[in-house]
Every structure is written in C-alpha cells, then in structure tokens.
Design a protein around this ligand. Structure first.
Ligand code: NAD
Length: 371
C-alpha cells in the first residue's frame, strides 16, 4: 500500500527536492511551482468582475510565477480607480461591461478570468472568446448544461482555450484523495460522504436570487461535492436521487433551496451521498473502501486542510491555491499546449449535467438517470 508523502507529492508535481525542502520550512502560501525553470514569460490576465473572489485571485496572481494581473473589467468606476492604483494596471487595460469587446484590440491581454455571478458567466465567456482571448471561468461554469455547451462551442470556434476555475485540481490534499481513490490504494471505494455548507444571512446576496445564481447551495457548493465524487472514483455517475431540505428561514430562501441532499450511483456500484446547505457550517469528505478509509476535513474551502487515512495522518504543504492553479494553467498556455481535460469546459459541462439531474430528482422525487 502506497501513501504519497509530502515530498513525493511535490516531486510528482514536477518540483525538485530543493523546492520540497523549501516547502517543508515555509508553513503557508508556498508557491510550489516557483522551482520550475520556465523562460521568464508571463500570461497576461484580465479579471472580469471585481468582487470578493477576484480579490483572492488578485493576491494569487501577485504570488504567481507565470501570471500577471494585466487588466480589469468592472462596472464600478470607483473599483477601477482603486484596483488601478493597487495593482499598477495601465489605463488602456481597464474596461467596463459596455466597452469590454474592445479588448479584442488589446495585445497585452492573453486571457480573461470571469469571476461574475453564475448567470453572467456565459455572456462574458462568449464575448471574451469572440475577442480572441483564452478564458478561465469560475465555478459553477454556467447555470445550465446547454449554456456550458454554447460556451465550449464559442471557444472552439474562435480557437481559444476554456478552463473552469477548479482550484482543488491543484490542491495537494484533494489530489491525494483523487490518487487514493483512482489507484484503489485502499481497494474499491464503496461509499463517499461529502458535504459543504455555510450559514447564509444577507438577503441582498445575488446567490439567493435564482436569475443570477441558477440555484442555491447546490450550484455554489454542491458542485465541489459532485466534483470530488467524480475525481476520487474516476467514474461518471449513472443515476441520482435527491431531497430538498426544509425551509427554516422563509425570508431568506424565497427563490433558491436552503439545503439539499443527494445520492449518486456510479457504474462500479459505489454510492456518493452529499449535502450542500446555507444553514450550517460543514466541510468534509470521507471515503470508505474495501481495505480502509480516507478523509479530509476541512476538505473543500480555502483550508488549511486536514486529512487522514486508516493508515495514518496525511501531511502536505499549505499552498496559495489561486497562485498554483493560475500558474499551472499559464504554463500550458504559454507553451501553446492543450489544457488537460480535467479542468476544461467539458468538465464544467459534465458537472452541470449532474447538478441539473440532482435538481430534477429533488423536484420530482424520482430516481433520475444521468446520460
Ligand atoms: P461577489 O458578489 O463578491 O462578486 C461579484 C462581482 O460581480 C462584483 O464585483 C459585482 O459588482 C459584479 N457584478 C456585476 N454584475 C452584477 C450583478 N448583476 N449582480 C451582482 N453582482 C454583479 O461574488 P464572488 O464571491 O466573487 O463570486 C463570483 C464568482 O466566483 C461566482 O461564480 C462564484 O461561484 C465564484 N467563486 C469561486 C470561488 C472558488 O473558490 N473557486 C470562491 C468564491 C466565488
């Protein structure tokens, strides 16, 4: 039985022993891609939507090796001034939602990172693609699977690449549970429990407005549970049953669910049971396999993560998730290579099909087949 150590994880990531030693002495926000000797190029990224998560991304880009925060797209003039000053962004790289399409003429922007409310992802991804820019779009990729397909097609048509901002695909603890599951290190996984939730309290939050969010905690948080079920098993779910939870706060949850629980069945016979909720704090993953178990908690949020298996504790470096994710994507694009399948728009589309099936199962009370 092979458990990946912290050092061998870094080596598997293509980072040498020197960097592994460095990571061991730096407790937080270590950029593990630093040790890779790239040619000094940077991918010029424009952030579209300057809300809370864009702030995390801006810090990540500052800490990155292969990326530069080169531009911004915002509908709020005061934010344009504030961000321009803070990140030394040239005036010519600042756009609003009206003149955004002019970005097509800007050679100093390579990629647009869409960090807007979910329902706006489609429009801004397609506009960026038409402007000839690569795109990273935040999760959930859109609010319907059909929208995801339109986004994928638009990017194919204009020859740009499309990634979904799945930061956990570069996070050591999550990549370890993927390896433990897919390599069957503890034998066949039979049951996964994964849940993510927090207490929501702001009635003006766009996440509670269906037209902007596409749904409640399932869209925002459940997408991570669906993801980790899929990447730990390396399988696509075949069917789902689901139940909406009770609405305890009727003032807050007028348009979207307060909580939802679902059960995915996979071809191997494995079952993934999950909840996503806006009424309590929870962040955990547990997999039971024929010869043991592995678990993380916290598992999905910004960490620091904690995990163990039936053989002992897991220990990996704390990384700047946004920096490592953007660097990994930048290196591929700077080398003119194809992005790996696990983070492309196709992946976002697969997740969205599952999310839609979960909603259908909860609404009808029936088992829904996922095709
Ligand atoms: P936010 O509310 O903090 O920011 C949204 C931004 O969109 C704001 O700058 C707002 O001004 C702008 N905006 C433009 N038009 C708007 C409209 N009609 N209504 C509301 N806002 C509008 O949200 P956020 O937390 O930054 O989330 C943005 C996206 O990033 C979402 O898709 C979310 O799921 C995703 N996200 C991802 C992660 C992650 O860990 N990968 C974390 C948080 C959020």
């Amino acid at each position: 039985m092979k458990i990946l150590s912290r050092r061998s994880f870094l080596q598997n990531m293509g980072v040498g022993a020197g960097a592994a030693a460095m990571a061991a002495t730096l407790p937080s926000f270590v950029n593990i891609s630093e040790a890779v000797n790239y040619e000094g190029k940077k991918l010029n990224i424009a952030l579209c939507g300057l809300g809370r998560y864009a702030g995390y991304l801006a810090s990540g880009l500052e800490a990155s090796t292969y990326c530069r925060l080169a531009g911004i797209i915002t509908g709020t003039p005061s934010k344009a001034v504030e961000w321009q000053k803070k990140y030394a962004i040239p005036q010519k790289n600042i756009y609003n939602y009206q003149n955004f399409d002019e970005i097509a003429n800007n050679k100093d922007i390579d990629l647009v990172y869409v960090v807007l409310p979910n329902a706006m992802h489609k429009e801004y991804t397609i506009r960026a693609a038409k402007a000839g820019k690569h795109v990273i779009v935040e999760k959930p990729m859109a609010i319907t699977a059909a929208d995801c397909r339109e986004m994928i097609d638009a990017c194919k048509k204009t020859g740009v690449q499309l990634a979904v901002g799945y930061r956990l695909h570069y996070e050591p603890y999550n990549m370890e549970i993927k390896r433990l599951g897919q390599e069957k290190v503890f034998g066949q996984v039979r049951l996964i429990e994964s849940s993510l939730g927090y207490k929501s309290g702001d009635p003006n939050e766009w996440r509670l407005k269906k037209a902007l969010s596409g749904g409640g905690p399932l869209m925002n948080l459940g997408v991570y549970c669906v993801q980790c079920n899929r990447y730990v098993l390396g399988e696509e779910p075949v069917s789902v049953t689901a139940q909406f939870g009770p609405v305890n706060n009727k003032n807050l949850f007028k348009e979207v669910e307060e909580s939802i629980t679902w059960q995915l069945q996979f071809p191997s016979g494995a079952v993934g049971t999950s909840s996503s909720t806006y009424n309590c704090n929870i962040d955990r993953f547990f997999a039971s396999a024929d010869e043991g178990f592995f678990e993380l908690s916290p598992a999905i949020s910004y960490g620091p993560f904690k995990g163990r298996t039936s053989k002992g504790e897991l220990s990996f470096p704390v990384i700047n998730q946004q920096a490592v994710q953007c660097d990994a994507i930048a290196k591929v694009l700077l080398e003119n290579k194809q992005l790996p399948n696990h983070i492309t728009g196709e992946e976002g589309w697969k997740d969205m099909k599952v999310l839609q099936a979960i909603y259908e199962a909860a609404a009808t009370g029936k088992k829904i087949m996922i095709s």
